[in-house]
Design a binder for this molecule. Structure first.
Ligand SMILES: C=C(O[C@@H]1C=C(C(=O)O)C=C[C@H]1O)C(=O)O
Length: 153
């Protein structure tokens, strides 16, 4: 497995679908078949990113709802029910249920961190009157003060 890349602002156009440590070392026909299968893998990976982005959009709405109404970030009974369901779905799809559970737990723990952060910034708003607003690029916050001015945060 490769280490996570920290290269900022890499465009999808910079992706080389033929990048491989095997180039030149494998029979060209085998390489062609490998690249053909990898092109499906690349489509699946792109779909996964879009699916995850949509899921996080939905969970962000839940986080805002919870913070607004002082509800806890985590809901363990909901998580148990989700994990049971996902394990059953995984079994019927011939996917390792233990992997499905690990994957869902990984996502849920990230969501809970987001919810805690939303709740903390919500409490900070209540205490200071400074309203954090997501920046246009979605990468950070600008602080919108009571008088409507904005300042980087
Ligand atoms: C999204 C929620 O918050 C948390 C995250 C969950 C998830 O990512 O599916 C499920 C339960 C909660 O622990 C929720 O309560 O629905």
């Amino acid at each position: 497995m490769t280490e996570p890349s920290h290269t900022p602002h890499l465009s999808v156009d910079d992706f080389d679908p033929a990048a491989s440590s095997l180039s030149g070392a494998v029979d060209p026909a085998i390489m062609a078949e490998l690249l053909s299968i990898r092109s499906s893998i690349d489509n699946f990976d792109a779909t996964l990113v879009y699916l995850l982005a949509e899921r996080f959009k939905a969970t962000q709405r839940v986080g805002i709802l919870k913070a607004t109404h002082q509800l806890p970030a985590a809901d363990p009974n909901r998580e148990k029910a989700q994990i049971q369901r996902l394990r059953a779905l995984a079994e019927s799809a011939n996917l390792d249920p233990a992997f499905a559970e690990k994957f869902l737990n990984f996502i849920i723990s990230e969501v809970i961190h987001h919810h805690q952060a939303i709740s903390e910034s919500h409490s900070a708003v209540a205490a200071t009157g400074v309203v954090p607003v997501v920046s246009r690029d979605g990468q950070g916050f600008v602080a919108q003060t009571d008088d409507g001015g904005t300042q980087p945060q």
